[in-house]
Write a protein that binds this ligand. Sequence first.
Ligand code: HEM
Length: 182
Amino acid sequence: MALGNTNSSFGSLSKFFHWLMFALIAFNFSSGWTMADMPKGDFKNLTYLLHKSTGVTVLTLVLARLIWRWMNVQPDLPPTLSPAERMGARTSHWLLYALMFAVPISGYVLISAGGFGFDWYGLFRVPELIGKNEEISDLASAAHYWLTWAFIAMIALHFAAALRHHFQLKDDTLRRMLPGGR
Ligand code: HEM
């Protein structure tokens, strides 16, 4: 399969970004929702470290993904969609990209201002964005919390739209993003 996209299909690099980020973001939701309630100890510390490291990885990958997107053609949306549906699809995709930035950035600000610096997967120090500031850390913590809910809502909408294309409209939209799909 070609690395780049065509007017009708996604290339292997776009699919790789899509599914790798899906796995990393799913991991961060499950760790984020459970780590605060874990009993103190090594496992909890490891989960926080993996959550922060994976979040920063998502932030880096979304940048690379957008650069790749701009270097490529984008497959056309199915011709059967109405203008309103096209606008809905485009707006929801850009909102997803915005949240892929906003969620990790709010987490990054929260730990920087909270003084919870960390080594990326234990390998090297991640630079802190700002100095210690409790007020900013609390604000970023609230933002991180609410943005994750907005993110879940957008992911649910995205998933529902993919299923609608496949089962109701019976077009190629879902199939062409699958690893073996055309
Ligand atoms: C795709 C990226 C990310 C997702 C989906 C995500 C998701 C979540 C979720 C669902 C929570 C639980 C809700 C909450 O208590 O706020 C959480 C908490 C947390 N996240 Fe993230 N997160 C991401 C990136 C990051 C990054 C980059 C960092 C730091 C470098 C980070 C640091 C934290 C911390 C410290 C908490 C605990 C907050 C607290 O206990 O007040 N997250 N995250």
